[in-house]
Design a protein around this ligand. Structure first.
Ligand code: SF4
Ligand code: SF4
Length: 155
């Protein structure tokens, strides 16, 4: 059985009724064709299609809003499992370029979205202090501990 399940009570997922309330509650599934949390659980856990699921680009559509988990009649940790699946997928090289770019920027600047001169101008106009540059050494340390330095090929 999957490595992801080591973090959870394995029996928890066997309680899944395949009722699809999770998918029906998911705001992303409503707008992104092909994203179906119930199907991911079914394939990853019940069918044992771990490698296939870890290679799916759809797993990155999860916004970690927890709506599925909140409404599951068996309180199954669906969004927790999806996050862990994303972590395993990233280690296998399945990480979207947009996410890679945001994390690289975070390692280099401390921000996931670049602050611009306009941001500083607007802050001044609003009487706010200039943005402080975060400590990137600390961020890089966390990235290294998480194995992200290899995935991102940081300088
Ligand atoms: S809502 Fe819960 S029980 Fe129903 S399909 Fe989703 S995970 Fe399974
Ligand atoms: S946590 Fe992910 S799968 Fe669950 S409802 Fe939110 S977006 Fe959908």
């Amino acid at each position: 059985m999957g490595k992801a399940l080591d973090l959870f009570e394995k029996e928890e997922f066997y309680k899944c009724l395949q009722c699809a309330i999770c998918t029906g509650s998911c705001p992303v599934a409503r707008v992104v064709e092909g994203f179906n949390p119930r199907e991911i659980i079914l394939r990853y856990i019940l069918y044992g299609e771990e490698d296939e699921v870890l290679g799916m680009k759809e797993i990155w559509n999860c916004a970690t809003c927890h709506a599925c988990q909140e409404r599951c009649p068996h309180n199954i940790t669906i969004s927790g499992l999806l996050t862990h699946i994303q972590n395993l997928a990233a280690k296998k090289g399945n990480l979207p370029d947009t996410m890679k770019a945001a994390m690289t920027l975070m390692a280099e600047t401390g921000w996931s979205i670049q602050a611009t001169p306009r941001s500083d101008r607007v802050r001044t106009e609003l009487g706010l202090a200039p943005l402080k540059r975060p400590d990137t050494a600390e961020i890089r340390k966390i990235f290294k501990e998480a194995g992200l330095d290899e995935i991102l090929d940081l300088k």
